[in-house]
Design a protein around this ligand. Structure first.
Ligand SMILES: NC(=O)c1ccc[n+]([C@@H]2O[C@H](COP(=O)([O-])OP(=O)(O)OC[C@H]3O[C@@H](n4cnc5c(N)ncnc54)[C@H](O)[C@@H]3O)[C@@H](O)[C@H]2O)c1
Length: 364
């Protein structure tokens, strides 16, 4: 296939580019090389030989129209990611992620491109699935700063205040985005569904869980927790684990996410016209943030993690995935197990590893 890969210079996009080129696809990358992500510009970008690189913004109609020429499917990874610093980031998140997706989809509609794989995120769920012994499945609200300040990190039952049992969120779980980035990822999904209905397109969204692996950006306010810990270890510092370290996550290796994109692209042609479907994309195994820090520190040779009790407003407590649908419908199987992936990641290069670190907003 001739594929337009937006955000293909990024952490996940570059792994997808390598995977697709390796599978014999023709890949054109469209990437704005956002300065916060690529402080060295093109010099810091590693793309496989044979990739056609277009330096441009998905919000720019003429650029997108040119980049779509001859393309059969779009793999849309471009987005501003992470929690950001504060609400001043909101216009940029909305602009890159929502406006950018709308401009791309409108150009696809005009240009007759009818196949889309979208990088979604588990952040659309807010808190994951919780069950109360008395009230069944419940949806806890955002955690209160007074509780977090007092070290009460587990969200209680919203009806009776009892402790809850955390489970696995399936695709049918209601969306409940808790921060600006999350709202933009949900909006992208709705835009993709509207586009598919309007022009007879086929859209598949992969809701990635916590992706980690080589090429991850180092610790910026926009980076994931695995790269923050990994950067600390590289600098000889102990990983600082927020809350009590018991936050449950699904850490999925970037190579497995790239493979999921490949199977999703292959599945598009068999989907009904005018349809959109979402898939949780996680390893299927649950680990805590504390376990992840310990695994990285052990392989790296220390120092051991420190649990700080700090927290970030807007961060959720538990959000592990139920990724059965992706396995059953598209035949995807994650190949990199947690222990192996973390051991490899502990020794892998990070992106921008020689840059100064910006402060990360936290409480306490
Ligand atoms: N990393 C994760 O754990 C994770 C989890 C869930 C979802 N995702 C999603 O995966 C996708 C890729 O994320 P990543 O972690 O590789 O981030 P990244 O920041 O490494 O890559 C994103 C790329 O998109 C480009 N980009 C941003 N805005 C653009 C625009 N307006 N026009 C053109 N290019 C633009 C950036 O320059 C960058 O190269 C994103 O859509 C993100 O929301 C990531």
């Amino acid at each position: 296939m001739e594929i337009l890969l937006t955000g293909g210079a990024g952490f996940i996009g570059s792994a997808i580019a390598a995977r697709l080129v390796g599978a014999g696809h023709r890949v054109r990358v469209l990437d704005a090389l956002l300065p916060a992500v690529h402080p060295d510009g093109l010099a810091g970008v590693r793309l496989p030989a044979g990739v056609d690189f277009v330096h441009g913004d998905v919000r720019d109609r003429a650029t997108v129209e040119r980049a779509l020429h001859g393309v059969e499917a779009v793999c849309h990874q471009a987005a501003m990611v992470g929690l950001g610093l504060d609400l001043d980031d909101a216009p940029d998140y909305v602009s890159c992620n929502e406006l950018g997706t709308a401009v791309l989809l409108a150009a696809m509609a005009r240009g007759g491109v009818r196949q889309l794989v979208l990088a979604g995120s588990m952040v659309v769920y807010g808190e994951g699935r919780y069950d109360c012994a008395e009230h069944g499945t419940v949806a806890p609200g955002p955690r209160r700063p007074t509780d977090l300040d007092a070290g009460r990190f587990e969200p209680p039952c919203p009806h009776c205040g009892a402790p809850l049992l955390a489970g696995l969120a399936a695709e049918s779980a209601p969306a409940d985005p808790r921060n600006v980035y999350a709202t933009t990822k949900l909006a992208q999904e709705h835009l993709a569904a509207a586009w598919a209905r309007a022009c007879g397109g086929r859209a598949l969204t992969l809701r990635y869980h916590n992706v980690y692996g080589p090429g991850m950006p180092r610790d910026t306010p926009y980076a994931g927790v695995a790269s923050i810990f990994r950067s600390a270890l590289a600098a000889g510092r102990a990983p600082r684990v927020f809350e009590d370290g018991g936050q449950r996550r699904d850490f999925v290796h970037v190579e497995d996410v790239a493979a999921a994109n490949e199977v999703a692209l292959a599945a598009l042609a068999g989907r009904p016209a005018g349809s959109a479907r979402v898939y949780n994309t996680g390893s299927g195994t649950v680990h805590t943030v504390g376990e992840m820090a310990a695994a990285l520190a052990a392989t790296h040779g220390g120092p051991a993690p420190v649990v700080t009790g700090e927290y970030r407003l807007g961060a959720v407590r538990h959000i592990p995935a139920d990724a059965l649908r992706l396995r059953e419908e598209l035949g995807w199987r994650p190949a990199v197990a947690f222990a192996e992936g973390m051991a490899r990641f502990a020794a892998a290069p990070l992106r921008g590893a020689d840059r100064p670190v910006a402060a990360t907003a936290s409480r306490r």
